[in-house]
Design a protein. Structure first.
Length: 128
C-alpha cells in the first residue's frame, strides 16, 4: 500500500481511551484510527445515498408515528398471550400479515383493549 495522507481529528482524551479499551475487549488487534476511519466511511456512504435520493426528487416513503418515522420496509412485531403477530410498513401504511391496514395502536390492540403500542410494539428497521 502506498502513502496515504492523513489529517488529525481531535477527540476528548477520555473518549479516545474509552474507545481504545472497548476495542481491546471486543476487537483485539483493531487500532482506533482504523476503526474510526471505517466508521466515517460507512457514515459517508449512507449520507451520500440519502442526499442523492433527496436530489433525485424521490421522496422517502414510510409511516409517521408521532415523533418516529418508520421507513418503508420497517417490520413491526407484537405479542399477546403467546400469539405473535407481525406487520410491515408498505409505502405509507402499516399492513398486517392478513392484509389489514392498521395504526400502531390498532396493531397492539387487535386481541385486547387498552394496550400501549409504545410499550408493546417492537420495530425492526430496514437493514437491521
Amino acid at each position: 500500500m502506498g502513502y496515504v495522507a492523513k489529517q488529525a481529528v481531535y477527540l476528548p482524551v477520555s473518549d479516545f481511551l474509552d474507545l481504545e479499551l472497548c476495542l481491546l475487549d471486543t476487537r483485539p488487534g483493531v487500532q482506533p484510527d482504523a476503526f474510526v476511519t471505517e466508521l466515517v466511511r460507512r457514515w459517508l456512504a449512507v449520507e451520500m445515498e440519502r442526499l442523492s435520493l433527496r436530489k433525485n426528487g424521490r421522496a422517502m416513503r414510510g409511516y409517521q408515528w408521532k415523533n418516529i418515522f418508520l421507513p418503508d420496509g420497517t417490520s413491526l412485531r407484537t405479542s399477546y398471550q403467546g400469539t405473535i403477530e407481525f406487520a410491515k410498513v408498505v409505502g405509507d401504511r402499516i399492513v398486517s400479515d392478513d392484509g389489514a391496514t392498521l395504526t400502531p395502536s390498532l396493531f397492539a390492540n387487535r386481541h385486547a383493549e387498552g394496550r400501549n403500542a409504545w410499550r408493546l410494539v417492537w420495530l425492526r428497521f430496514p437493514g437491521d
